[in-house]
Design a binder for this molecule. Structure first.
Ligand code: ADP
Length: 754
């Protein structure tokens, strides 16, 4: 199909061009170029044998009104009768009194040629009978539509008479040889004129190129008989107003050339045999088409830029050859058709290549489309079939751009989606578009939604369904709250059906172009959760079981410390210290459990934060002294009172200050400060100790979590202190914040909104 197009398109183009050429549309351009070629070539030296005797302004002024009395022509003939031929381009159709005088003068000349004029009504006007012995020829010069005389017909067949051209008769008279005419023609309509022996005039130049003398000067004897000897003398009018001005290729203005000078050019052409010859239309058509086809084949093998250069070079070479043939060989090749054929086939090749490109672009789109999850809507129809039609209009290009945009959008979406999912430990994925419609959901998600009767149809209903299963106690389980809450953290949901399972839900916004997708990534955390729960249960059981024995051990060890001496007393003291620590651990753990389960009674009173902080500082002093650490309190007098549970909060501050002391090297300083914040009051515990790695910051509030650094430094601890702080603060409506730079120190803040 494509190959066929490559043959059919140029064939059709050339056929149309043949028709246009045949109808003559290129003739005007060719004529223009023809005239231009003359002007570029410029004037040439005419043959010296031809001289023009002009009836100029000067002559008219001296000899009176037009027509001049024929006695003056008789006088002229007396002066020029040494010439080979005298031709008059002056009509002498009406008899006049001087005719006998002129006829006598003519008889003394070797050859005289007189004009025959063809009138508008197709009648031929011959000279008066008195001059019958002279030869006659028609002075008709053919003009093109633009009025320029480029050719002459040397033989007319008119009312069964042969009417030779004026110039051809002069040629015959001068050379005493017959002009080769194409022979008598059968005249179909006797009333009309039949023309033959066409000749293109090879103009020697514009007006005044030929030797020209004034009739008056000749009559006055300024030129002797020798001047005219052997010459061909043409007598005609050059005076403005009388002149039959003829437009020639050299006429760039309305000013034409005198008819007699045009005749002089024709005679010169005949004598020198240098008339213009025209390359026949058939030859032009065939060469033009063949060369254009050659170029056409070349255009398919080159890039467009190279093709354009080749085209330009070709046009230049054709111009050069045409001009060379014109100026050196007098052959004229009208190049318009050749030019247009080359340009048209170049354009055709270009368009076909564009078409091929459009088809392959369409095919690429067609190949991508099935890969897309969201098929671009406007791509229902195959673009490959449309080819160039699909891109040739602004609308077409716009459609392509929109499609490309849609595909790009889809690909970015797919990539982003893949990226995010690859980074997480995925159980299932659900994606909703900007309008909340489901884009995709993995099989597992569909399964749990079915089992839990959660709607997957739109984002909000899906979110609400998940929200009802969320385990986190601090979350308001209403639909909107769930989504905004998820912005900050992930939620863990518990699914009773189809099997008991804990899923962590991460919701994130996936912006692609203008569209904001909601991406739900579900990861299975069942194993982790189960271990966590089990851990809690075991410790809880153990703690409960240990509580009573620990009280006994502690009580008795205290008794023993009072009773025993020496080595034994030291042992008893160790038992007392360790059992105190264990009791604290068990109590803390049970406290946390109580708070978590909501069994802890929160007794809020208005508490002066400054007093609270000073009390904590005093309590931590012994520990600080043992490690040579200075405790600074910054609690401006009259700090505000906040409604909170005093004991719980004091315990929190104590935990934080103990940590600050524990995780700082000897000889450093810690500070406890009450800080006013906008809409909040905060207690900041600042140390210049070891600091916490940023990777660990998120985990230090987990139960039993202890950093590796703590273990390495051999610092005693349970990993429960911060868990308590977090739970106790949040139970009262506050929160804990931490900022830490590893190696520099940490700041823990307990923040209560006011
Ligand atoms: P621990 O009983 O181990 O101190 P916590 O819950 O109080 O348990 O603290 C958890 C972990 O947080 C600690 O093991 C320690 O690594 C880190 N941590 C807590 N406070 C600080 C601090 N002020 N400077 C550096 N690390 C700290």
């Amino acid at each position: 199909m494509a190959a066929m197009k490559k043959i059919i398109v140029p064939a059709v183009c050339l056929a149309i061009l043949f028709l246009i050429e045949y109808l003559g549309f290129f003739a005007g351009i060719n004529d223009y170029l023809y005239d231009l070629a003359f002007r570029i070539r410029g004037a040439q030296t005419p043959p010296a044998r031809i001289a023009i005797v002009a009836v100029d302004e000067k002559t008219m002024a001296a000899l009176g009104r037009w027509p001049l009395a024929r006695k003056h022509y008789a006088a002229l003939l007396e002066k020029v009768n040494a010439a080979d031929v005298v031709g008059f381009d002056i009509v002498m159709a009406e008899p006049s009194p001087d005719d006998a005088l002129l006829a006598a003068a003519m008889a003394k000349c070797r050859e005289v040629v007189l004009p025959v004029v063809i009138e508008e009504d197709m009648s031929a006007v011959y000279p008066v009978r008195a001059f019958a012995p002279s030869r006659t020829g028609h002075v008709h010069i053919e003009r093109s539509i633009d009025g320029v005389a480029r050719e002459v017909w040397h033989t007319l067949y008119f009312r069964e008479r042969v009417l030779p051209s004026f110039a051809s008769v002069i040629y015959e008279a001068a050379n005493a040889a017959a002009f080769a005419r194409s022979g008598p023609q059968a005249i179909s309509r006797p009333a009309s004129i039949y023309q033959s022996d066409m000749m293109r005039i090879n103009y020697y130049g514009g007006p005044g190129t030929f030797t020209r003398v004034s009739l008056l000067d000749v009559l006055n004897g300024r030129y002797g008989p020798d001047f005219f000897r052997g010459r061909i003398v043409l007598v005609g009018i050059s005076a403005m107003g009388l002149v039959d001005s003829v437009m020639t290729p050299f006429s760039e203005t309305r000013m034409g050339t005198a008819g007699v000078e045009v005749q002089a050019n024709i005679v010169a052409n005949l004598l020198a045999g240098d008339e213009m010859k025209s390359v026949p239309a058939a030859v032009r058509t065939i060469t033009g088409a063949a060369l254009a086809l050659l170029l056409y084949a070349l255009f398919f093998r080159t890039t467009e830029g190279q093709g354009a250069l080749i085209l330009l070079a070709y046009l230049g070479v054709v111009a050069a050859i045409v001009y060379a043939a014109f100026s050196l060989r007098h052959w004229w090749y009208g190049p318009a058709g050749t030019y247009v054929a080359a340009v048209v086939l170049f354009a055709a090749a270009y368009v076909l290549k564009l078409h091929d490109a459009a088809v392959s672009l369409g095919a690429t789109y067609d190949a991508i489309r099935p890969q897309l999850r969201n098929k671009p809507s406007q791509a229902e129809r195959s673009l490959a079939e449309k080819g160039i039609a699909g891109i040739f209009t602004p609308r077409g290009i716009q459609a392509q751009a929109a499609l490309l945009d849609a595909i790009t959008h889809e690909l970015i979406f797919e990539k982003e989606l893949a990226d995010r999912i690859l980074l997480s430990d995925v159980f299932g994925v659900a994606v909703f578009d900007g309008q909340g419609r489901l884009v995709m959901a993995s099989g597992d998600v569909r399964q749990i939604c079915e089992a839990q009767a959660i709607s997957l149809e739109d984002r909000d209903r899906f979110a609400a369904g998940l929200a009802s299963l969320v385990m986190e106690k601090e979350m308001d389980k209403g639909n909107g709250a769930f989504l905004s809450w998820l912005d900050r953290k992930a939620a863990t949901v518990f699914l009773e059906r189809p099997d008991k399972r804990f899923l962590k839900v991460d919701v994130s916004l996936l912006p692609v172009g203008q569209e904001g997708y909601s991406l739900f990534i579900l990861s299975d955390v069942t194993k982790l959760k189960e271990v966590e729960i089990l851990k809690g249960q075991i410790v809880s059981i153990v703690s409960h079981e240990m509580k009573t024995p620990m009280t006994n051990i502690l009580g008795f060890s205290e008794l023993l410390v009072g009773e025993l001496d020496g080595e034994m007393n030291r042992y008893a003291a160790i038992i007392k210290d360790e059992s105190e620590r264990l009791t604290r651990f068990v109590n803390t753990f049970l406290d946390i459990n109580r708070i978590e389960e909501g069994r802890q009674r929160i007794a809020k009173t208005d508490v002066d934060l400054g007093g609270l902080v000073r009390e904590a500082a005093a309590k931590v002093q012994p520990l600080a002294l043992s490690r040579d650490i200075r405790v600074v309190v910054a609690a401006p007098a009259g700090t505000r009172t906040v409604s909170l549970d005093r004991d719980l909060t004091l315990q929190c501050i104590l935990n934080l200050t103990e940590n600050a002391v524990k995780y700082s090297p000897h000889g450093t300083e810690i500070s406890i400060a009450v800080v006013e914040r906008p809409n909040a009051a905060s207690i900041d515990v600042v140390d210049h100790g070891y600091g916490i790695r940023s990777a660990e910051l998120g985990r230090i509030f987990e139960k039993f979590y202890r950093s590796d650094a703590a273990a390495e430094e051999n610092i005693k601890g349970s990993g429960l202190g911060l868990t308590f702080v977090k739970e106790a603060c949040e139970a009262q409506g506050g929160r804990v914040e931490v900022q830490s730079t590893f190696g520099k120190g940490s700041t823990f803040s307990i923040v209560f909104p006011v």
